[in-house]
Every structure is written in structure tokens, then in C-alpha cells.
Design a protein around this ligand. Structure first.
Ligand code: SER
Length: 326
């Protein structure tokens, strides 16, 4: 990251990505230089004791505007969002948090002359009319979920702020993110995390997607790497801004189960698709991330085999120590 990015605020810092991103940023830039913010959910002891934390509501700018001054923030990672499945249960809330949140962060970037902002998008930006295999970066964006609608609008808004107000904002379309520190909440790809915890804990799992549902995915270390690499890229060389496709692997629920069975042969999976199946069916099966590779050198480290080994290694140790917490 460039020298001028010294004082960072993370929104959604209690969430799946935000919690690990905050700790990685604190490691890189110093605990006191990274303000973690959340909304209602109590932060972990680790997050709370390692640096500053404040409760905010991203859809109400007055709840965080003074914090930008107080902490002399120059960079924001805007990770708070209502995900796809939760968004279908409460579309109005999804619109409010995702759209007003993004718009408030961008306005704050202009008014406080922030150095840089990260606002992620998602594979949810795509829809059933999009080519589902090797989905190109620049393609049809007609999502059918409220979450997807807010992500496409967010991407367009970011581009608008780049052009109109010279804001340095970047972001990528995260695929499903797999991790073991903080559980995801309200997403369609959440099964790919739950399956690991259940495999270790109960040796059985009932999946809410069909066995042949294939989606693009990424392991948390690659998610953090993509985020940092994009934030460090030379802005003048970027042709895209907040809509980079990134991927690391694609697998079906059945293929993930088979990979886990290589380590835990007695593991059993049942499939009982619910309303999230229609969401998964409207998303790509695999992603073409050539633009990210060409414009800022994106390259993932983890494939299905390596990610599964790592996940199970960590969770098995926790299970044996009685600290799985699931
Ligand atoms: N993981 C997200 C979801 O399933 C996709 O961005 O909603």
C-alpha cells in the first residue's frame, strides 16, 4: 500500500471478511491506525482488544462522519452489506444498507478528501441472462436478487464517482468466500463454510443447494490477497475500478463433499435445496478474471485440494481442543 494510506476505517468489521481483514490491516499498519466499525453485533475479544472499535450505521452518515475526523481516517474498506439470502428476506433493508451505505461512503470520500476507498462487489452482480461458464468481466448484468441489484448499482456509482469527483475507489466481485474465523451470514455460498464445520463436528451435513450446484469460490487468504493487491495497484493503470472479476476455484456441492470425504471417509451429505437454489442457479459457474490478472497481477494461491486440507487441519485441531465453537 502506498505511504499516504495510514489511517484506515473498516466497515462491517465484525463480518466474515471484515473481521479477518481488520486483523490483517492492524498487523500491517499498526493496531491504532485501523478503526474497526460494526453495527449491533458484538465484536470478538480479539477485535475489541487489539485496536479501536465503534458502532455505526452505514446508511446514516451522521453516525460515522465525525469518526472520520476524530480518527483522521484517509482510507476506508467498506465491507458491510446484507448478502443475497438475507436480502431476499428483507429487500428494503438490503437496499437501505447496501445502497445508502455505499453512497454515504462515497460522499464521505469526496468531502473528507480520502486517499482511497475499497468497495467490493460480488458474483451476485450477474444474472440468468449472463453466460454462466467463464463469465467475462464485461457482460450482461441483470441480477434477480436485491443484493445483486445493489451490487450492480454500487459498481456504477463507484465509476461515476471516479469520473465525476476523482475518487480513488476500487473493488472486485468476490466469489463465495471460505474461511474458519468468522462464520458468514445470509449468503447463498454459506454452505461451503458450514459443510466443513459439520464434517468435523457431526460427520454429516444437509446441504441447502443441489449436489450439482457449481459456483465460483475463494479461500480467505486469497480474498485478503486480492483486496490488498488491488488496493496497492497503480490507479492510473486500471481500466476497470470497482467491478473486477476475481476467482480461485469452482466446484459443485458434490465435488466439495467428495474432497472432504478424502480426509473424513465416513462423512455423509444429504441435499435438500431451499429458496437459495434459485439464487445459485442465477449465478455463474465459473469466472474469467483476465482483467484482474492483466491490470493488477491477480493470481490465487489456493485450489480446492489445498483449501480443503487447510480448512480441515485448522478445524480438526480446534475440535480436539474443544474450541470449535460451532
Ligand atoms: N457470498 C455471497 C452470497 O452468497 C456472494 O457475494 O450472498
Amino acid at each position: 500500500m502506498s505511504a499516504e494510506m495510514k489511517r484506515i476505517m473498516v466497515t462491517g468489521a465484525v463480518g466474515q471478511i471484515g473481521s479477518e481483514l481488520t486483523m490483517a490491516l492492524r498487523e500491517k499498519y499498526g493496531n491504532d491506525n485501523v478503526l474497526a466499525t460494526g453495527h449491533k453485533t458484538q465484536p470478538s475479544k480479539t477485535l475489541l482488544e487489539s485496536g479501536p472499535f465503534e458502532f455505526i450505521n452505514v446508511s446514516k452518515r451522521e453516525t460515522f462522519d465525525d469518526l472520520i475526523k476524530k480518527y483522521r481516517i484517509d482510507t476506508i474498506y467498506h465491507m458491510s452489506a446484507i448478502l443475497s439470502a438475507a436480502g431476499e428476506k428483507n429487500p428494503k433493508l438490503c437496499w437501505d444498507v447496501n445502497m445508502n451505505g455505499t453512497s454515504n461512503i462515497l460522499d464521505a470520500a469526496v468531502d473528507h478528501k480520502l486517499v482511497r476507498v475499497f468497495i467490493p462487489s460480488s458474483i451476485a452482480a450477474f444474472g440468468p441472462e449472463t453466460p454462466r461458464l467463464n463469465t467475462p468481466n464485461d457482460t450482461i448484468l441483470k441480477p434477480k436478487t436485491m443484493y445483486g441489484v445493489t451490487k450492480v448499482a454500487g459498481e456504477l456509482l463507484c465509476d461515476y464517482y471516479v469520473k465525476r469527483f476523482n475518487v480513488d475507489v476500487r473493488g472486485c466481485r468476490y466469489p463465495g468466500i471460505i474461511s474458519y474465523e468468522t462464520l458468514p451470514g445470509g449468503g447463498t455460498t454459506d454452505y461451503a463454510v458450514a459443510i466443513f464445520f459439520e464434517a468435523v463436528k457431526t460427520k454429516s451435513y444437509t446441504c441447502f443447494l443441489r449436489e450439482d450446484s457449481r459456483l465460483p469460490m475463494m479461500y480467505m487468504p486469497d480474498c485478503l490477497k486480492a483486496t490488498f493487491d488491488l488496493m496497492e495497484a497503480d490507479f492510473s493503470k486500471l481500466k476497470h475500478h470497482s467491478d473486477f472479476n476475481v476467482t480461485a476455484m469452482s466446484f459443485s456441492a458434490g465435488e466439495l463433499a467428495a474432497e472432504i470425504k478424502k480426509h473424513i471417509p465416513e462423512f455423509r451429505v444429504a441435499y435438500e435445496p431451499d429458496f437459495r437454489q434459485a439464487i445459485a442457479d442465477s449465478w455463474p459457474q465459473s469466472i474469467d478474471d483476465t482483467a484482474a490478472r492483466e491490470e493488477w497481477g491477480w493470481k490465487p494461491d489456493y485450489d480446492l485440494t489445498r483449501m480443503t486440507e487447510d480448512m480441515l487441519g485448522v478445524l480438526q485441531k480446534r475440535f480436539e481442543a474443544g474450541t470449535l465453537n460451532y
